[in-house]
Design a protein around this ligand. Structure first.
Ligand code: ADP
Length: 285
């Protein structure tokens, strides 16, 4: 804990939170806002703080099992190769899998296309006591959909307010919503795609379509900027996490999760049985 305090000058939630001034065009994707440590320190902290996250997650799970209504939804967005999968593998894995509800959202299936875009999102929301992790999310419906004109502008244009209302209801129902944008630079993406093409063990991660999407980088930047401008709310703010350094983005997301869970101020659920009587019964058994 002492090390963490010295390495973070302010909580990650403060250092990374989107503000009215947030400008993606001016965003430094190699910076480590609020954190003065280096990669070695970050790796050490990731282990230490991962254990803190796991303990808090267990408490959330216990509360859910005992009738509590709280849950967490971690929304992960970012351009291809930004490290969304790595967050799941390196951050979320610290927790007990039975308390994690992970969903990846790809191109909508035929069935999903027949429904409202929030239909598949609703079905994947975390139950009480769970941490839901969305690898992509309803935000694709104002990102890829906007960039590729998959629906007319008036249709996607109405979605920002709709998403805000949807998230308001989620929060009112006991879910803490943490929205993370993993922000990489255009150059960093090229290097990561090149690595996938250089290493046979990474071919499976390469999708030729990623290069087509890369060509649309400016349009995506614009679409992301609109997301931050229009859907970063008091109740469900966006956090912009510089992600050129994976060691930073993973540590930062760990801190965001810890902050959110601590803010819930959960206690261990009290026994719903007579502890002393059970001890006596056990002794006699
Ligand atoms: P990833 O690229 O994240 O590893 P996939 O290969 O499954 O995973 O790709 C997901 C793709 O699905 C992305 O290109 C994304 O833009 C697309 N997608 C996600 N949601 C939607 C949506 N609502 N409409 C159209 N495309 C979507």
């Amino acid at each position: 804990m002492a090390k963490t305090k010295s390495a973070w000058s302010k909580p990650a939630s403060e250092a990374l939170r989107a503000t009215k001034k947030t400008s993606l065009a001016e965003f430094n994707t190699r910076a480590t806002p609020g954190f003065s440590g280096d990669s070695n320190q970050a790796a050490e902290l990731l282990t230490e703080r991962g254990a803190v996250f796991a303990a808090l997650q267990e408490k959330l799970y216990a509360n859910g099992r005992s009738g509590g209504n709280r849950s967490v939804l971690l929304v992960l967005q970012g351009m291809d190769t930004s490290g969304k999968g790595g967050i799941v593998r390196h951050v979320i894995r610290a927790a007990d899998p039975s308390g994690i509800d992970h969903t990846s959202f790809g191109v909508p299936t035929e069935e999903e296309k027949r429904h409202h875009y929030l239909w598949r999102i609703n079905r994947a929301l975390p139950a009480a006591g769970q941490i839901g992790v969305f690898d992509r999310s309803h935000y694709e419906d104002v990102l890829v959909v906007r960039v590729h004109n998959l629906v007319p502008p008036e249709v996607w244009g109405a979605r920002y307010d709709e998403i805000n209302g949807f998230e308001r209801d989620l929060v009112d129902g006991g879910t803490t919503v943490i929205k993370v944008a993993l922000v990489i630079s255009h150059d960093e993406q090229r290097d990561r795609l090149a690595e996938r093409l250089d290493r046979p063990d990474k071919y499976w991660k390469f999708n030729p379509g990623d290069i087509d999407e890369r060509k649309l980088w400016p349009a995506y930047q614009e679409a992301y900027q609109a997301v931050f401008d229009r859907t970063s709310t008091d109740y469900a703010p966006w956090y912009l996490v510089p992600a050129d350094h994976k060691w930073f983005s993973r540590l930062a997301v760990t801190e965001l999760l810890i902050g959110a869970l601590e803010a819930m101020e959960l206690d261990w659920p009290p026994a719903d049985f007579d502890v002393e009587a059970e001890k006596k019964r056990l002794a006699q058994s």
